[in-house]
Ligand binder design. Structure first.
Ligand SMILES: *Cc1c(COP(=O)(O)O)cnc(C)c1O
Length: 419
């Protein structure tokens, strides 16, 4: 469900004409629909409304401050994975008691920042990280609220690069070590054990791997309680998939919630969720202009002004994104490879894609680009980061502006000996 649709043959974001927006802002750029963001977070919160759960939006999916502000205004918390994301969440007005800090390896500075802010929970991913947190908290005379992120050894996720819950993945604490590490944590003065955390991957398209992982975790909680460890929270991570195109039908949050209620009901724990993609993915598109149509020996290339540095998902995960023409969608179709201008073969958004015929200067929209789009961008090939625009009804605002060349190089310094 999203608010990008055609009106009289032209693509709109809510009540804003994309063609006019492109003329005003210049391409390429991201557009987010505020109504879609609000709808998604509400659907998720409603699914767990009866259970006092904490829904902590995974900031890394889309960390723009305006996006965070929209979600904070809906009461969402934040799941952060770096000191920078923690600062963003706080700046956007997310209450510290709704912030959880995940991530593979938190530095001493990040641990101190989390303790300064008084966040709800740190999710610990290794024994040395637990020791570092304990040492820092003890020196401050406090006990840090933690959960251990356990690795249930369950394969899940839309691509091997977004699976995180197998024993060979770098994430979390090995299943066989979990009980002993909880015992150790329970005896540390700088640590207050609050819960168990699990996050098995991303773009997960069916409930079975979730259920298998969550079942395993419930048995762990029973064991931990038998060991005398008070577990009051259960963080089930994120990972719920979205539809990136026709034929994909990931589970509805309501079905996900029913399964979770069934599995976790007997535990009497406060549930925490960290949805990212499910909130932001279909709330954003990337608008780009065709620079050239190049007819090669074997292929017809649609070369657009967005590149892999602006949207990495196809290059990084072989991800599929629907591509819509912004106008003339009823034109006769042709088969294109849709590529960017960056000097890498992987700078390709779609291979052999059937699209209405397009010409140089035409606009296209790369759909479902609201999550892991802008937040993964780089300036590779000295291409300035592209603007982000938020639309609300018939209003729009630039929520990250396109830097000038001088702004892009502002941090670079020529040493005196080269002058
Ligand atoms: C990335 C991540 C999430 C969000 O995953 P989605 O697939 O976007 O829902 C949640 N928790 C952790 C620990 C993550 O690393």
């Amino acid at each position: 469900m999203h608010h990008f649709q055609y009106r009289d043959g032209y693509l709109f974001a809510e009540d804003v004409d994309i063609t006019a927006l492109a003329d005003e802002i210049g391409t390429p750029f991201y557009v987010y629909s505020e109504a879609t963001l609000r709808r998604h977070i509400r659907v998720f919160q409603k699914a767990f409304a009866s259970s006092n759960a904490l829904v902590a939006y995974a900031v890394k999916a889309n960390s723009n401050l305006a996006v965070l502000k929209v979600l904070a205004s809906e009461g969402a918390g934040a799941d952060v994975v770096s000191g920078g994301e923690l600062q963003r969440a706080l700046k956007a007005g997310v209450a510290p008691e709704k912030i959880v800090f995940s991530g593979v390896a938190k530095t001493a500075d990040e641990i101190n920042a989390a303790l300064d802010a008084g966040i709800y929970q740190l999710n610990v991913e290794s024994e040395p990280e637990l020791e570092r947190i304990a040492q820092i908290a003890q020196a401050r005379g406090i006990a840090a609220p933690i959960a251990l992120r356990v690795n249930p050894d369950i394969a899940a996720g839309g691509h091997e690069k977004i699976s995180t819950g197998k024993s060979e993945d770098k994430f979390g604490i090995a299943w066989s070590d979990a009980r002993a590490l909880y015992a150790k944590a329970g005896a540390m003065p700088g640590i207050s054990v609050k819960g168990v955390d699990v996050h098995i991957g991303s773009q997960i398209a069916d409930l079975a791997p979730f259920e298998a992982a969550f079942q395993k975790v419930t048995t762990l909680i029973a064991d931990l309680r038998a060991d005398g460890c008070a577990i009051e929270r259960l963080d089930l991570g994120g990972g719920l998939g979205i539809s990136y195109g026709e034929g994909e039908a990931p589970p509805h949050p309501d079905a996900y919630a029913r399964m979770i209620r069934r599995v976790t009901e007997p535990l009497d724990v406060r549930l925490i969720f960290e949805p990212g993609r499910m909130i932001a993915g279909n709330a954003g598109i990337l608008v780009s202009r065709v620079i050239y149509v190049k007819v090669g020996e074997k292929r017809r290339f649609l070369i657009i002004d967005a590149g892999m540095n602006d949207l990495m998902r196809p290059a990084l995960y072989d991800a599929w994104h629907d591509i819509w023409p912004v106008a003339n969608r009823d034109a006769p179709t042709t088969i294109y490879d849709v590529v960017g201008p960056v000097c890498e073969s992987s700078d390709c958004f779609a291979k052999e894609r059937t699209l209405p015929e397009l010409r140089d200067g035409d606009l296209i929209a790369i759909m479902s680009a609201g999550a892991y789009g802008a937040s993964q961008t780089s300036e590779y090939n000295s291409r300035p980061l592209i603007p982000e625009v938020l639309v609300s009804g018939d209003a729009h605002a630039i929520i990250r502006k396109r830097p000038s060349f001088d702004e892009m190089i502002a941090g670079e310094v020529t040493p005196a000996w080269l002058d």
